[in-house]
Design a protein around this ligand. Structure first.
Ligand code: ZN
Length: 499
């Protein structure tokens, strides 16, 4: 059995524009539990009070998976980590230190002997608090192998039960990485009951290949993220690792605890929360993965699916046709039960708010589908209250003339009204937002998608704004695309205010 360690909420959240608020993290964590991941790395508690609170909330909420937080080799980090996870049903402290010479010299400014001393001291300290201890040798793949073996030996003696050997900078290639795992297993771990773990980055596009090579060499835990999000080129993608092990079970001969039908819902949820779409050709979850355009392929698939399909889309949770779920006359009760079916929890007060929005949509849209309700609920989670709110807007546009948009915005204490102009109503709306915010933000990316098919489909806008070198993604939803654009813009600036 291979353990799946998900770090979407820690390593993944560190990717530009992917920061999530507490509500969003809790929804994502619940979906990871449904997906059946064995371990959730919920954050880095010493990094900020917000991180601490979200790790604590996740540790208190989830019952099945092991909850862990990341800690450097310091007493403060380990104490904060323990305080955040202590009430979890299953808890783990994850301690790390860099071990490669380049990190020792330039980052830690420590000798090898000092690193060994730290490992011994802080792994033992963590062990005095919690039994389940993971130790990571950061930049393991660029560490001298003899020294790496020494470090691992000290960590195991001090009480580590999982040893993680990351390819932190995405530099390793599969044969070499497998060799490192096998050497540590043969020389140090032997027959001891220790989990060998891998954590790979995708800078050379090898994160999944390296993880799988490590499994063949004896690793039994893979660290990964949904949609492969993460710093730079990202982490090994959970869905790719899991489906490779499942589809090629004939070759690897190992299983995971993942309920693969929850892969697509997890991927969609993360896309919507982070307002970041995966590429259409992204393995497993991209929108083209099960589409067959070429005539020859289509013919083959119609005769027998396995001619060109190695996986059954239903296995990943892709549903062919969406059910019409609700309409104009559906009541609050029906809405609540649908929301709960989709895996969301909702308080009575919140249901009132969502019901009003639902009625607004139902007035303009005949059929309401699962994805509409999901989008509506995510919009609710996305909402960052207490800052800018849209009060009203009007837009004037005609062919050959400059468009004008007037936006009225409340910032909690006063209402601001400005006018903007541009080549079309959206351009004018964004110009207006720039005027209100005194040019603080630069628009970097902007997309409109329809949530479902049909002329009356909800328009979902995702955009990305840059402010002082930070990226903020926003998402807006409405039957009216101008409004969904303005809402997305407001969502992104509210994230900046909240950050
Ligand atoms: Zn990483």
């Amino acid at each position: 059995m291979i353990k799946i360690f998900d770090t979407t909420l820690r390593d993944g959240e560190q990717s530009p524009g992917c920061s999530m608020n507490l509500n969003e993290k809790l929804q994502m964590a619940k979906q990871l539990e449904r997906l059946g991941v064995d371990i959730i790395e919920a954050g880095f508690p010493a990094a900020s009070p917000g991180d601490f609170e979200s790790v604590k909330a996740i540790a208190n909420l989830l019952k099945k998976p092991v909850i862990t937080g990341l800690a450097r080799c310091t007493k403060n980090d380990i104490d904060k980590d323990f305080a955040a996870i202590k009430d979890a049903n299953h808890k783990r402290i994850h301690v790390f230190i860099a071990t490669s010479d380049i990190h020792l010299e330039y980052k830690l400014k420590k000798t090898r002997a000092e690193v060994l001393e730290s490992v011994k001291k802080y792994v033992s300290y963590a062990k005095s608090l919690v039994d389940d201890i993971e130790f990571s040798a950061e930049d393991a793949s660029r560490t001298d192998l003899d020294f790496l073996c020494q470090v691992v030996e000290v960590a195991i003696e001090a009480g580590a039960t999982t040893i993680n050997l990351p390819d932190t900078v995405g530099y390793a290639v599969p044969t070499e990485y497998a060799h490192m795992i096998k050497t540590v297993k043969d020389r140090v771990v032997g027959e001891q009951d220790i989990v060998l773990s891998v954590h790979c980055h995708n800078d050379l596009g090898l994160a999944v290949a390296n993880s799988l090579a490590a499994v063949e060499a004896g690793a039994t835990q893979i660290e990964c993220t949904i949609n492969g999000i993460g710093e730079r080129a990202g982490n090994a993608a959970l869905e790719e690792v899991v489906m490779a092990l499942k589809t090629r079970n004939d070759y690897y001969g190992v299983d995971t605890n993942i309920n693969t039908k929850e892969i697509m819902p997890a991927s969609n949820l993360l896309e919507q929360i982070t307002a970041t779409k995966v590429s259409p050709t992204k393995p497993i979850v991209g929108k083209n993965v099960f589409a067959h355009e070429s005539g020859i392929h289509q013919h083959g698939v119609l005769q027998n699916k396995s001619t060109y399909e190695i996986m059954d889309p239903a296995m990943i949770g892709i549903v062919d046709q969406e059910n019409i779920v609700l309409g104009k006359h559906s009541g609050k009760h029906a809405l609540r039960s649908k929301i709960e079916d989709l895996g969301f929890e909702i308080e009575d007060e919140e249901l009132e708010e969502v019901f009003v929005k639902f009625k607004n949509i139902a007035d303009n849209k005949k059929n309401i589908y699962d994805s509409d309700i999901r989008a509506l609920m995510l919009g609710q989670l996305n909402q960052v209250s207490g800052h800018y709110q849209l009060v009203d807007y009007s837009s004037f546009t005609s062919d050959g003339k400059e468009s004008k948009t007037i936006i009225k915005l409340s910032n909690g204490t006063e209402t601001i009204e400005r006018v903007g102009s541009g080549a079309g109503p959206i351009d004018a709306a964004f110009d207006c937002m720039k005027n209100i915010l005194e040019d603080q933000f630069i628009l970097e990316d902007f997309r409109i998608n329809s949530v479902t098919a049909g002329q009356d489909a909800l328009g979902e806008t995702t955009l990305s704004l840059k402010h002082n070198d930070h990226q903020y993604n926003g998402r807006g939803l409405s039957n009216d695309i101008i409004k969904s654009g303005i809402l997305a813009y407001i969502n992104a600036i509210n994230k900046q205010v909240e950050a």
